[in-house]
Design a protein around this ligand. Structure first.
Ligand code: IPM
Ligand code: MN
Length: 357
């Protein structure tokens, strides 16, 4: 089969990790008889520098014309002083919105070969960690009304968290579907003891699940307690559904529990099959261009694309198995390195994975 993939490398380590993932996709295509073509498009700081905006129209058009999108990362010191609407991050939020990708799936899995990388005591993670965070991606406070003003001689600023019933229902559906395929247990995270929007979130998730997925057992956890439980007993969680901002924060925490944020991929989907696949980590400008970044999260994101957008389950499995073998053979990038392992750079890690496909 033929697929046209839009590649948005972005900033910092984005270009290096995307290059690695593209190599792995090419190798997988060759092996399984699929033709992947790639169209590179600018986003984030790179787009600001080249085209004066973090999300040029032709990038949106190119993504809409593609079968799916692979993204590196956006942002960097260079653009940190720009006003909110002109920042690189606006490009990422904008493309998610433009493609209608309301559901963001962030699996946090502790790989057996990396058990030592978790900062938690081994007793806490000895049974593994396998959580999937379902984050609402194009609503809530990241997209709500905001502004600035002056009152009594002082500047102020405000943002709004707002969710409608349909917005909550459509993400609840994704989470319930996933729960049905896994342990049929769903944890919904909110701050319903304080926020009105959370009270609506909680009620809607329960009503929706009870009506459409009666087999799924829904439990509520307040976000502050969730932050604590994730480091106290991460193995208790399976599928977790939450709002945009809480999902952003908790997914970084869950990622770190599994050892390295450099290992975790995410998929963002809407109602169609076109998705956006990216590592959950950022652009790491401090190590950009040094060939030391870990490409595995982006490689695994590319693998998720093959499964979830293109239905190529065998290709997905082949890439995951190749990553597993590379790790089992002791190869590590700097972020997951421990004594006795073989330290390799970004390009070499990608090459080793290709070799094992
Ligand atoms: C993420 C990132 C983005 C987000 C930023 C860069 C806009 O932190 O993907 O988690 O907040 O969603
Ligand atoms: Mn984040």
């Amino acid at each position: 089969m033929k697929f046209n993939i839009a590649v948005l490398p972005g900033d910092g380590i984005g270009p290096e990790i995307c290059a690695g993932a593209v190599k792995v996709l090419e190798k997988t295509g060759e092996k399984f008889g699929h033709a992947f073509s790639f169209t590179e498009l600018p986003i984030g700081g790179a787009a600001i520098d080249g085209f004066g905006t973090p999300l040029p129209d032709f990038t949106v058009k190119g993504c809409l014309a593609s079968d799916s999108v692979l993204l590196g990362a956006v942002g960097g010191y260079k653009w940190d002083k720009l006003p909110g609407d002109e920042r690189p991050e606006k490009g990422l939020l904008g493309i998610r919105k433009a493609l209608g990708l309301y559901s963001n799936i962030r699996p946090a899995k502790l790989w057996a070969s990396l058990a030592d990388a978790s900062p938690l005591k081994s007793g806490l993670v000895k049974n593994g960690v396998d959580i999937v965070i379902v984050r609402e991606l194009i609503g809530g406070i990241y997209f709500g009304e905001r502004g600035r003003g002056e009152e009594n001689g002082f500047e102020y600023a405000w943002d709004t968290e707002k969710y409608s019933v349909p917005e909550i229902e459509r993400i609840a559906r994704i989470a319930c579907e996933l729960a049905m395929k896994r342990g049929k247990k769903l944890v919904s995270v909110d701050k319903a003891n304080v926020l009105e929007s959370s009270r609506l979130w909680r009620r809607t998730v329960h009503e929706y699940a009870a009506k459409h997925y009666p087999e799924v057992e829904v439990t509520d956890v307040l976000v502050d307690n969730m932050a604590m439980q994730l480091v106290k007993d991460p193995a208790q969680f399976d599928v977790v559904v939450t709002s945009n901002i809480f999902g952003d924060i908790l997914s970084d925490e869950a990622a770190q529990v599994t050892g390295s944020i450099g290992m975790l991929a995410s998929s963002s989907l809407g109602d169609g099959t076109r998705g956006l696949y990216e590592p959950i980590h950022g652009s790491a400008p401090d190590i950009a261009g040094q060939d030391t970044a870990n490409p595995i999260a982006t490689v695994l994101a590319a693998a998720m694309m093959l499964r979830d957008s293109f239905g190529l389950n065998d290709c997905h499995r082949a890439i995951e198995a190749a990553v597993e073998r590379t790790l089992a053979e002791g190869y590590r990038t700097a972020d997951i390195y421990s004594k006795g392992c073989k330290k390799v750079g970004c390009r070499e890690m990608a090459r080793l994975i290709c070799e094992r496909i």
